[in-house]
Write a new protein. Structure first.
Length: 520
């Protein structure tokens, strides 16, 4: 393990170096540095996490340490300066940038944003719903209240190669709910739009703005906003499931929703400023007091999700601007998680106690590890009689044994398999093809704009319903007069939402691919 300590000189002199396993003083509370390291490393091993970097900041004093290995086959150890992709922790950077723009008077929180966008953009993006276009505000976009939900397959580099392509497709995605329906509809596309707005308002780019107005002032010298910079950094970690070309395409397209890569050392500088910003009466990032109220405020409630906060015990979950909110032991809590290309991260903050934790990992997912570390730090620092270290465990966090899929019964389709061959098109997702290889009676499905992102077999399980093997979801064929195929309703992933006012056979919603060509 490699340890990094960022403490004032006077404090370091008083308590000695943490590397010498002396007790570490974090502003009045004694934390046994060796014990903290031992508990975190044990939790990591129990959860099957290959490598992690963890940082704690309390009353301005910081501690950070690396655990485990950078790569699957390598022997290089992680330290507090090792670079990780942080995924959706990026969202709070984007919301901070927009908040700075609002503080400067360039736009109001409650002002409809699309008319302004039309003046700044030659070919501005638009939402599917005209009412959303007329009324959506910056607050709606940053708090996931636009009604636009997940369409995350659009980030696959086979479909889109630039954030602008994602924005161009917004108008094809029918909402999962009306604007401001009271629910949280988490949307990466909304944050891509927010980042584009930030660039337009600042007459710059999202990358340049974040670097100039957040990274440089906080001296986050090792933090980068694009894949090329991440890949050229020698002291970096690889995610367990990442592939270079996929990571490149995904990260640069996702951009403002999840493109930042950082280190534990750097993220502690950011968390310290966030704590100052979120604390009642505090000021950070140069934000005005009115802007701060909206930045801190939970604008929408979050429904409890299975497995979320199971190990952290956060109650009253909500969402502010790029940050999840709640209560921990009756104290305001802010945080966020991140996941991308085999990297999983967590940020946990108690502003009133001036305490924050950041965790970066290169494998997972393991909610137990991410949340247990936050809980252990919170309770060790703030609770006079915290539970014994042995009570914090992730032994049961290992994945359940895989079971062979049950055989699915097949039934004849309405038409011969050859009748379904052809090209089908969705404006949002591009082309889908169904082909029948010579001598085969099994259709092969392929989806992808530039090259296939989904290739799998499909088998009939009813007159007009096919089972898609790779996704284990269904496709339903729309017919005309029982003898002509008009198109296919396809569920591309289990969480994909479209317009749910007309549910797709009681199974949720699906994307419509219209048949545009017949193959023989």
């Amino acid at each position: 393990m490699v340890i990094s300590v960022i403490l004032p000189t006077l404090l370091a002199t008083a308590v000695g170096a943490l590397a010498q396993v002396a007790p570490t003083t974090l502003s009045g509370n004694i934390v046994d540095g060796a014990n903290l390291s031992a508990v975190i490393d044990r939790l990591r091993e129990e959860a099957g996490i290959r490598g992690a970097s963890v940082g704690v900041v309390y009353n301005g004093h910081s501690w950070a340490q690396g655990f485990g290995l950078k790569t699957i086959n390598g022997t290089d150890k992680i330290d507090a300066g090792t670079l990780f992709m942080i995924g959706s922790l990026t969202k709070s950077f984007t919301s901070v940038g927009i908040s700075q723009i609002v503080s400067q008077g360039k736009h109001r929180w409650d002002q409809p944003v699309m008319p302004t966008l039309a003046r700044l953009w030659d070919n501005p993006p638009a939402f599917y719903d005209p009412g959303t276009n007329a009324n959506v505000t910056l607050l709606d976009i940053l708090s996931h209240q636009t009604g636009l939900a997940r369409h995350d397959l659009i980030f696959d580099p086979t479909l889109t190669r630039h954030p602008q392509e994602v924005l161009d497709r917004l108008k094809y995605y029918a909402p999962a709910a009306p604007l401001r329906d009271g629910g949280l509809h988490y949307s990466n596309q909304a944050y891509i739009l927010a980042g584009a707005l930030l660039g337009k308002f600042a007459e710059s780019s999202w990358n340049d703005y974040i670097a100039k107005h957040i990274l440089h002032p906080l001296r986050m010298k090792d933090t980068v906003t694009d894949y090329a910079s991440y890949a050229s950094t020698p002291n970096r970690s690889d995610g367990k499931s990442s592939e270079t070309d996929a990571a490149d395409g995904f990260i640069d397209v996702a951009g403002r929703a999840g493109a930042i890569s950082s280190t534990a050392d750097d993220m502690l500088k950011y968390v310290r400023e966030l704590l100052k910003t979120l604390r009642r009466g505090g000021r950070g990032f140069g934000l005005s007091r009115r802007t701060l109220r909206e930045f801190r405020h939970p604008h929408v409630k979050r429904a409890p999700a299975p497995g979320r906060n199971e190990f952290l015990n956060v109650t009253d979950p909500g969402y502010a601007l790029g940050l999840m909110t709640g209560q921990w032991n009756s104290e305001p809590y802010y945080g966020h998680s991140g996941a991308t290309n085999g990297f999983y991260s967590q940020m946990c903050m108690l502003p009133n106690s001036d305490l924050g934790v950041v965790i970066l990992t290169n494998s997972g997912p393991s909610p137990c590890f991410l949340e247990r570390v936050c809980t252990y730090v919170f309770e060790s620092v703030l609770t006079p009689k915290s539970p014994p270290a042995s009570s914090y465990t992730c032994k049961s966090d290992s994945p359940p044994p895989t079971q062979a899929p049950l055989p699915r019964p097949t039934f004849p389709a309405r038409l011969p398999m050859s009748a379904y061959q052809g090209t089908y098109h969705s404006p949002g997702y591009g082309n889908l093809t169904l082909a029948l290889p010579k001598g085969s009676d099994t259709l092969l499905l392929s989806v992808g704009q530039y090259h296939p992102l989904l290739e799998t077999s499909v088998t009939p399980i009813g007159p007009d319903t096919f089972f898609v093997a790779l996704t284990e979801l269904n496709a339903t064929v729309a017919m005309k007069d029982n003898d002509e195929v008009l198109g296919i309703h396809l569920q591309l992933d289990g969480e994909m939402l479209k317009d749910c006012r007309d549910p797709f056979y009681g199974m949720g919603c699906a994307e419509w691919f219209a048949k545009v060509a017949t193959h023989t």
